[in-house]
Ligand binder design. Structure first.
Ligand code: CMC
Length: 367
């Protein structure tokens, strides 16, 4: 019997939050094309949409944005915990530790929108604080007059961001916010289904996000492109990896069997930002070469660029250092996770799948 692995094709929940159609290459958030939202909305508008199911009017948005800002500052005990963590601890692990330490009485079951807002607002602060601590850089408290995305960039660099950079990152954060029953969302929903608190569920989701097959891919995309280095080296390099059975980072997806719509939207945004950048030119050449060679080495598998390939290009274009790639994906995805936790609570039944025992049976004994 074939081994049952990866839960492929298993439906774990019904959801109103997003539709991921892997055959058509569609990604819809609450009735809107995600790619349109990415090019026209702010982070705050898209987060409101995912939590509420409709876009906010002007007055509601103003109130919502103001409330989100009140949650940006890190609680004192979180700062102390982060200060005590080893300098070389991976940033994702620092973020996971800090978020699990948010799990005080205010986060008791059932999950609420205020809790979702609190975790979403504080996570960029935690990521930026951890990054600056790791690099022994002075800390800058959040700035109230900046929106969510610009403030994140400000806390990371200590400088007011350029508008095109904030716009590009805003598009990436919206496209990264939500993606159906991916590994981290599934992990969060499973934890929440036990009536554990929202901070614990998000902490579990961060643990899943950290892995290179999920949120850890963009840094590896940069490493791959740096190693390839030139257009002439692309084909031999890729052939070498594929002939040894290796994987090309930023390609392939469990659900998408056609172009990943997030990758397409991000390619547009990156093109605008990096008109004559030779690095982006190389990235496009590597994409085309890899798709051709994947068809040769893995015929019929339908492997294309996924979101991580262009996420890497965007983050490089806005000069975000590689160790911040997965944390930044997390700063986006926390919105989707918390939307799912709210939804899970509204229809909750504990997650309890089955396994098929394939081990030995006890020896018959004569008693
Ligand atoms: N490079 C080379 N071969 C690949 C790749 C790749 N990137 N992706 C899949 N394959 C091959 C794989 O070797 C297998 O071949 P065979 O049938 O000969 O054994 C076949 O395609 C199917 O692979 P799979 O592992 O069964 O596919 P999966 O659905 O379990 O894996 C994936 C999906 C994303 C983990 C995988 O495509 C991968 O490892 N990609 C590289 C890592 C990456 O870019 N991850 C980011 C994913 S997008 C972010 C997100 O939404 O979470």
């Amino acid at each position: 019997m074939a081994k049952v692995t990866g839960l492929e094709g298993v439906v774990a929940a019904e959801t109103d939050i997003s539709l991921v159609d892997g055959e058509k290459g569609h990604l819809i958030y609450r009735g809107y094309w995600a790619k349109d939202l990415a090019l026209t909305c702010t982070f705050e508008q898209a987060a409101y949409l995912l939590w509420h199911g409709s876009l906010p009017d002007e007055e509601t948005l103003a109130k919502f944005t103001a409330q989100l800002k009140t949650y940006r500052a890190m609680p004192e005990h979180i700062k102390r915990i982060m200060d005590a963590l080893p300098q070389d601890m991976p940033l994702m692990s620092m973020m996971q530790t800090a978020i699990s330490a948010m799990s005080t009485g205010a986060f008791a079951w059932p999950p609420t929108e205020a809790q979702a807002m609190q975790l979403t607002a504080v996570l960029p602060t935690i990521a930026a604080y951890g990054y600056r601590k790791q690099n022994r850089l002075p800390w800058h408290e959040p700035l109230d007059h900046l929106d969510h995305t610009s403030n994140y960039l400000y806390m990371l660099s200590g400088k007011l961001p350029e508008a095109p950079h904030a716009k590009a990152l805003n598009a990436y954060l919206i496209l990264g916010m939500e993606h159906g029953m991916n590994a981290s969302t599934f992990s969060g929903r499973a934890v929440s289904s036990t009536q554990s608190d929202m901070a614990s569920a998000v902490s579990a989701a961060i643990g899943a996000m950290k892995g290179p097959l999920h949120g850890g891919a963009p840094s590896e995309v940069i490493a791959m492109l740096d190693e390839i280095g030139s257009k002439s080296n692309a084909e031999p390099w890729i052939r070498d990896v594929l002939s040894r059975g290796g994987r090309l980072m930023g390609f392939g997806h469990r659900v998408y069997k056609t172009k990943d719509p997030r990758a397409e939207a991000l390619r547009l945004v990156t093109e605008r930002l990096t008109a004559d950048d030779p690095w982006f030119d190389l990235a496009i050449h590597v994409e085309q070469t890899a798709i051709r060679l994947l068809e040769e080495y893995k015929p019929g598998r339908r492997l294309y660029t996924n979101v991580e390939f262009f996420a890497a290009s965007i983050m490089r274009a806005i000069a975000l250092p590689t160790p911040l790639f997965t944390p930044t994906f997390t700063v986006a995805r926390v919105v989707g996770w918390t939307a799912h936790l709210l939804e899970q609570a509204s229809v909750n039944r504990i997650f309890r799948p089955q396994s098929v025992y394939t081990g030995p049976m006890p020896q018959e004994t004569n008693t």
